[in-house]
Ligand binder design. Structure first.
Ligand SMILES: Cc1cc2nc3c(=O)[nH]c(=O)nc-3n(C[C@H](O)[C@H](O)[C@H](O)COP(=O)(O)OP(=O)(O)OC[C@H]3O[C@@H](n4cnc5c(N)ncnc54)[C@H](O)[C@@H]3O)c2cc1C
Length: 437
């Protein structure tokens, strides 16, 4: 079958562009056989490859991507490795079971990534500074109250901050109140992804800049790129939202795009004018509000726009439109930095499902997948990728049971009703976010 949606990311991602240039990629040339092929070299695919290689060191594993490893959503995100369930605002008993499960999985992902970063000395601005949840509107403050109730139910530590205490930590006096939770990790996502790709096990062959344009499923799966063909008895899909174009889950996945902008580095005078205490990350009380980062290299990152996007890429005109929203959020929060402009604006795919469930498991006799990370794929993709490899070799663990306990993604309503409803919902929710955005 022809692959109907191919990655077509812009080349303007600040995280990627501020890293040193890479050595040339190795695209697929000619025909090749592999014991295992993993399609998609983001956090998920790299985790599957690493763990499969540790289970079967004598097997030839190929990890293939349309672009450089980690330069899809994995290198384009906001750089939070989230330790807690993203919305811990329910004290409902059933939800608490899900919250405990999610927390165990996220912690395992963080522990694994921390160990890899340390072992291989990966330079990625790894920062154990937690995250702030901040609010300015009544609705945002209400969300914070719910969030705190959820943290209490999980017995999670947190610090409450009023406007003044918050301003002392993050510089901007914009917010009314906030909550700091200590377990979140901040990092430079493209640098982390690049480091993980660089230190893949020797039995993993990384093939980059090779979009798979055709797949023939069967006892032997054949993946065709412009340069050659890859044959394998065993395929793993780690393609997140692009899985829709590969013949699976078209009715379950929802293609959302998020976009972010990043400033140039602040000079010393500007750093002093901003104030605060080192690098930080902010998540808005309202889920459609602005996510912000102040990086270790003194840049400010803003992400505050979502679009329902079935074509799976963003045009320059669309990114220009998004940048206006980033500018608005930036100017409102940082009036002390009037001369600071954005240097980069980019987009990236976020794949969600209606019930916020991932797909984890077997799609066909010899096709496995872990996709649909619901916007928090650094931790979820990493741990799910590792556990998928465990499941493939028949290993068992409490963590694998946790992963298997998630439901499968719910089916979407039929198109074009879906397209209209999803576009309306995303726009409406964003409009409601008011000054949180
Ligand atoms: C702006 C933004 C901010 C975000 N912030 C955060 C955050 O702070 N924390 C967090 O946890 N998550 C965040 N996310 C979500 C997170 O980035 C994703 O959930 C995560 O990257 C998913 O990882 P993955 O490996 O599953 O998929 P991806 O990183 O999307 O990797 C899939 C790979 O498959 C490849 N591929 C697809 N089709 C083909 C094909 N036909 N041929 C070859 N290769 C193919 C793609 O090129 C891609 O590299 C954010 C996302 C965006 C866009």
């Amino acid at each position: 079958m022809r692959v109907s949606v191919l990655p077509n990311d812009d080349t303007d991602c600040g995280w990627i562009n501020t890293l040193p240039p890479l050595d040339p990629a190795t695209p697929l040339q000619g025909d090749k056989d592999a014991d295992w092929v993993i399609l998609g070299a983001g956090f998920t695919g790299m985790a599957v490859a690493r763990q499969l290689a540790s289970h079967m060191p004598d097997k030839h594993i190929v990890l293939i991507d349309a672009q450089r490893a980690g330069q899809g959503a994995s290198g384009r995100n906001a750089g939070f490795i989230i330790d807690l369930p993203h919305h811990v605002d329910s004290t409902d008993i059933e939800d608490q079971t899900v919250n405990h499960r999610t927390r165990r999985l996220n912690h395992a992902a963080i522990d694994w990534l921390r160990e890899l970063v340390k072992t291989h000395n990966i330079d990625c601005q790894w920062s154990e500074r937690g995250k702030f949840h901040c609010a300015i509107e009544d609705k945002g403050v209400e969300e914070l109250q719910k969030f705190k109730r959820g943290l209490d139910a999980l017995d999670e530590p947190y610090t409450e901050l009023d406007a003044q205490a918050l301003a002392a930590r993050i510089g901007t006096p914009y917010y009314r109140e906030g909550v700091h939770t200590p377990g979140n990790i901040l990092m430079q996502p493209a640098a982390l992804a690049r480091g993980l790709a660089q230190w893949l096990p020797n039995s993993v062959e990384l093939i980059e800049n090779s979009p798979v344009v055709d797949i023939d499923y069967g006892p032997t799966v054949t993946l065709t790129t412009e340069g050659g063909r890859l044959r394998t008895p065993n395929l793993v899909l780690a393609t997140n939202g692009f899985t829709r174009g590969l013949g699976f889950l078209d009715n379950e996945l929802l293609p959302i795009f998020a976009s972010g902008s990043m400033t140039r580095p602040l000079d010393e005078e500007e750093q002093a004018a901003l104030g605060g205490e080192g690098d930080w990350g902010i998540i808005a009380g309202d889920k459609m509000g602005s996510t912000l980062r102040y990086t270790q290299d003194h840049r400010i990152f803003v992400r505050n726009t979502f679009v329902y996007n079935t074509k799976m890429y963003m045009t320059q005109a669309e990114r220009d439109k998004m940048k206006v929203w980033h500018e608005k959020a930036f100017r409102a929060r940082f009036p002390m930095l009037p001369k600071v402009d954005f240097e980069f604006t980019w987009g990236g795919n976020i794949c969600i499902s209606r019930n916020a469930a991932p797909y984890f498991g077997k799609l066909a006799d010899n096709v496995w997948a872990h996709v649909c990370q619901n916007g928090v794929g650094v931790a979820k993709g990493t741990i799910g990728g590792r556990l998928l490899a465990d499941m493939i070799v028949g290993a068992s663990s409490d963590l694998l049971d946790d992963m298997l306990a998630f439901p499968k993604p719910q089916k979407n309503p039929p198109r074009p009703f879906l397209d209209l409803a999803a576009t309306f919902m995303v726009n409406w929710e964003q409009r409601k976010a008011g000054r949180e955005r």
